[in-house]
Design a binder for this molecule. Sequence first.
Ligand code: S3P
Length: 448
Amino acid sequence: MIKKNSIKNNLISFKSKGLKGVIEPAADKSISHRALLFSSLALGKSKISNLLNSEDVLNMVKALKVLGIKITKNKNIYTVIGSGLTGFKIPNKHIDCGNSGTLARILIGAIGGSEIFVTLTGDSSLRKRPMNRVIKPLKKMGINFNSSNGLLPLIVHGNSEIMPIKYNSPISSAQVKTSILLAGLNARGTSEIIEPHTSRDHSENLLKYFGANIKYKSKISGKNKVLITGGNNLKCCNIDVPGDISSAAFIIVAASIIPGSNINIKNVGINYFRKGILEALEMMGAKIKVKNKFINNFNEPIADISVKYSKLKGITLGSRYSSRLIDEYPILAMAAATASGKSIFKGLSELRHKESDRFNGIIDGLVSCGIKVEAKNDDIIIYGKLDQVNGGVTIDCKYDHRVAMSFLILGGVSKKPIKVVGCKSISTSYPKFNSEVNSLGMNIKNDI
Ligand code: S3P
C-alpha cells in the first residue's frame, strides 16, 4: 500500500543539472485498471504482477472488493478471484472512484450486466466530468441510470437482458469503447463500436487474451471498428503490467530539455496508440532511441528507451495525433515552451474534460512563466523560447497530476524556480515521481 498523501501538496522545482542514470517508470495505469477489472469478470484465479500502486488503481481494488471480489496481495503479486461476467454482489455501500474517470466509466459498463443497483461517486474533479458519453450508449443496451445532468454521483441499474448495439461514437475514447465492450460481453449477440480514430487498444488486446469473442484491426488511420459477441466466459490469466509511457513521458521530456542529460528508461509499453509522444519529440529534434523491443503475451509492444539532451525546435501536430498523445499534451507543451520557434497543437477539445481543464491550465501556466501562447478554437499555439523560460511563479495545478508533473519538469530549466500547488494529485498515477526524478538529477523540494 502507498502511504496516503506521501507526496506533499506544495512542491518547488529548481534548475537542475543534466539527468543521468537508469530508471523503470511507474507501471501502466490503463493496463492496471483493466487487469484488475477483467480478472474479476473471469472465472477463477488471475495473478497480476507489477500492478501500479497508485491511488486511482487502489480505488479500483476497493471498488471491486465492495462488489464482492476477493483480491489479495503477496509481495508484488495481486491475486484476483474472478466470479464471472455477472458475479458481482449487491454492494452494501457506494463506490468512491476518487479522481479516476477510467475507473468510473469502465466499471459502469462491467456492472451493467449484473442485476444490481450500484451508486458511484468521486472527488470534486470527477464529479464535474461528463458521464453521458457512457450513459448514452449503455442506455441503448438496456442499462438504466439515475443521474442529474449526466454527472456523478449516479446509480447504475444493471440488467441481465443486455441488448447488442451498433454504436458510432462521436469521439475517440478508450474509456467509452471499453465500457461498451464490457457491457457487450453480456449481450445476446454482437455489438459493434465505431470510433473516428483508434483510441488506445489495451482493452481489445487484453479481452482477447482473456478469451473474449472479439474482432478488431486497430487501424492506424481512419475509422476504427471493434466487434464483440456476448456469452463467452472469460478465462483467468497471468498479467505482468509494463511501465507506463505516460509516466515515462515526464522523464523523456526532462532529459530532452535539460542540457547534459543522458538516461535510460527500462520496460516501457510502446503501444502504437500511446507512443505519439515519441514521434512528436523526434520531429522536434529529440535524441530518442528505442531498444530491446519485444511483444508480450497480450500483444503489447515493450521496449527500453534512451534519451539524450538536444536543442528542440517547434512543430505542428494535426488533430489526427490527439488521441495518440492525449495524456501527454501537458508535458509536450513544456517541451514546446523550451524549443525554438512556434508549435501548433490542433484538435485538443478533449483536454477540457480531463482531471482539470488542461486546455486552459497549459495556457495559463505557460503565460505566467513568460511564454507567449495563443488559443484558436481547439488549437494551442506556443511560441517557444529556447533557454528563456522565466519561471519564478506559483502554479495551481487544480489537483491535476499531469499538470503538476509538467510544470515541475519545466522548473528544471526555467531561470527561477517554479512552485506547484496541488501536488498530492501526483499520487493518483506516479506516487514515486519526486524521489525517482530527483534520483536522476532533478531538484524538486517540499515547500510550505
Ligand atoms: C484512458 C483513456 C484516455 C486517457 C485516460 C486513460 C484509459 O481517455 O486520457 O487517462 O485508460 O482508457 P479517453 O477515454 O479520452 O481515451
